[in-house]
Design a protein around this ligand. Sequence first.
Ligand code: PMP
Ligand code: GLN
Length: 378
Amino acid sequence: FPSRLPNVGTTIFTVMSALAAKTGAVNLGQGFPDFDCDAALLDAVSKAMRDGHNQYAPMAGAQPLRHAISKKIAACYGRTYDPDTEITVTAGATEALTNAILCSVSPGDEVIVLEPCYDSYVPAIELAGGTAVTVSLNVPEYSIPFDKLAAAIGPRTRLLIINTPHNPTGRILHGDDMRRLAEMLRGTDVLVLSDEVYEHMVFDGVAHESVARHPELAARSFVVSSFGKTYHTTGWKIGYVAAPAPLSAELRKVHQFNTFSVNTPMQIGLAQHLGNPAPYRDLPAFYARKRDHFRTGLAASRFKLLPCEGTYFQCVDYSAISSMPEAEFAQWLTTEHGVAAIPVSAFYREPRDSGIVRFCFAKREETLDAAIAKLVRL
Ligand code: PMP
Ligand code: GLN
């Protein structure tokens, strides 16, 4: 039967994790920690289960969690989202992103994505019947090319997707970028989908620039985050969308028939945990130490380190080592040298190669050291 997604294969993260498992390579490919979450969070979730929170949560999310999210966003970014009408708990950021796209994009609409971009955006746009219009970020700094972006906005543009801190490049957007975006969109009816799953991983004393800080942008935006990143629980698949009530109402129409609701005890446990700001306030220093450890180890290698301002990803230029295309290099690195990485070309729609791969440094020091020992030999 005709495929709805004829150009889509298996996601690169699944492919590289399977190859790492098969070959026994150190897996710095797919982004997930190799250490456990806070024991207090586990206790809160098991208590929630024992306390009988084991039936359907409300469709929009457990009430205590929506309240805790609202308080956290207000404390961090100074904007209050109504927990009843403006916050929706989803099965990870992946569901949040797809729902935001499905509820806002109609067949024939255009959606602007800035490449390189996370691999779920374009297939979700295509499922909605929309057309992805890609604008490449300026290389090598991966900043927004405002002139090209302005030129890409037309009468059919429905949505613009941004991502900060940025996967895979680890670059971040600044206040000035947000002001320019607000100015550019003024007078249009273009919506914004802001993927901020790495909001609590911004380094070197810089504050995360959420669209929630910018009233004009926030009024037209779906803001997406994920507890998987913030609490070292990628396997729990819980995230959320904060958006003005009319946008949230449309999003919930999709969410209610996509999953209906997200598992209850973890929402109750997370609600309790979110009341304490220490874990997410400590996260930048926690991950900056890992970044610095990894970068210091690789300084002795022939990989050229690209800047990393946020996320738990470090991109490297391997052109001094090999002229292989990125996908081939990532496979070779995994099978022949025992370290799995992600080719940055997987974040582009058209095949292209810049000799860059991405490593995930959300790992214990001994895991990073095992990878470094192999990488410095190349
Ligand atoms: N967006 C980006 C930029 C990501 O890196 C990820 C996680 N890989 C997601 C969305 C999906 O997050 P979740 O695991 O919560 O679905
Ligand atoms: N976001 C993770 C990454 O970029 C992977 C998530 C997934 O495998 N779907 O590596």
